[in-house]
Design a protein around this ligand. Structure first.
Ligand SMILES: NC(=O)c1ccc[n+]([C@@H]2O[C@H](COP(=O)([O-])OP(=O)(O)OC[C@H]3O[C@@H](n4cnc5c(N)ncnc54)[C@H](O)[C@@H]3O)[C@@H](O)[C@H]2O)c1
Length: 246
């Protein structure tokens, strides 16, 4: 963890679920964490600082370019150069195709795909200047096949996130900045509770070879690894964290 301990890390969608677990793990390793969410993630920051860790809570909508730029400026002011970006914020709706409104389509794509793009674009220049940085994008099992619980808008956004990671792995060649992507399977978070019925949840457990759903920490551990020195030769990897559910 030595690299991580020296790091400043931006984690989006850090108020709950996977993002909160990622923020807490980085902080436990000694990193300075900038926890970002649509509603200020004060509970995450309090949980970290009460254990002696470093965390700044910032409110920002990742789908809004000005808010993302302001968030990164605050992060730099408070924590210096940013070493790691985890673009995790995401939303989903269990809409069947005929029920997807234009508004929901646009919002899901704006948060899940454009949000990742905006966060990368705002964070990258100082990583390029320092020839140092690690980016982890959060896609989904939905980006590998089709969503088990959310609608087509969600699936398309998560395919897009994988495309962004693969494209940038080529474009960032030789820059010193690494980018990788994780594809969680069903994970016990408020998002899943919102979109999956208890019957769907039981069915997903049965379909998963490891016979359990992930908890947020299962996914967070892989994200922290991908951002750290142990993954120094990983770039453009799309890593499944799904208990064997393909
Ligand atoms: N839970 C799962 O089963 C699962 C599976 C695969 C992928 N994922 C992905 O993992 C990521 C985290 O999901 P989760 O399950 O922890 O979700 P969650 O709903 O529990 O947490 C997501 C967080 O993102 C925040 N957020 C939403 N829109 C935002 C915006 N515009 N700007 C800033 N923050 C915003 C929310 O407020 C929330 O705190 C998402 O990208 C999701 O698509 C989740």
């Amino acid at each position: 963890m030595s690299d991580v301990a020296a790091s400043a890390v931006i984690v989006t969608g850090a108020a709950q679920g996977i993002g909160r677990a990622v923020a807490e793990r980085f902080a436990m390793g000694g990193a300075h964490v900038i926890a970002v969410d649509l509603r200020r993630p004060d509970a995450t920051a309090e949980a970290i600082t009460s254990r002696g860790g470093h965390c700044v809570a910032v409110q920002a909508d990742v789908a809004d370019r000005d808010q993302v730029r302001a968030m990164v400026a605050t992060a730099r002011e408070r924590c210096g150069a940013i070493d790691v970006l985890v673009a995790n914020a995401g939303i989903g709706f269990p809409d069947p195709i005929l029920a997807i409104s234009e508004e929901n389509w646009d919002r899901v794509l704006a948060v899940n795909l454009k949000g990742a793009f905006l966060c990368v674009q705002a964070t990258l220049p100082q990583m390029l200047d320092r020839r140092r940085g690690a980016i982890v994008l959060v896609s989904s099992i939905a980006g590998r096949r089709a969503s088990l619980t959310n609608g087509a808008h969600y699936t398309c956004s998560k395919y897009g996130v994988i495309g962004l990671a693969r494209h940038l792995a080529n474009e960032l060649a030789g820059t010193g900045v690494r980018i990788n992507c994780v594809c969680p399977g069903p994970t016990e978070t408020p998002l899943l509770a919102h979109v999956a019925t208890p019957e769907q949840r039981a069915q997903m457990i049965q379909q998963t070879p490891l016979r359990r759903l992930a908890d947020p920490g299962d996914v967070a551990d892989v994200i922290v690894f991908l951002a750290g020195p142990g993954a120094r030769h990983m770039h453009g990897a799309i890593v499944d964290v799904n208990g064997g559910l393909y």
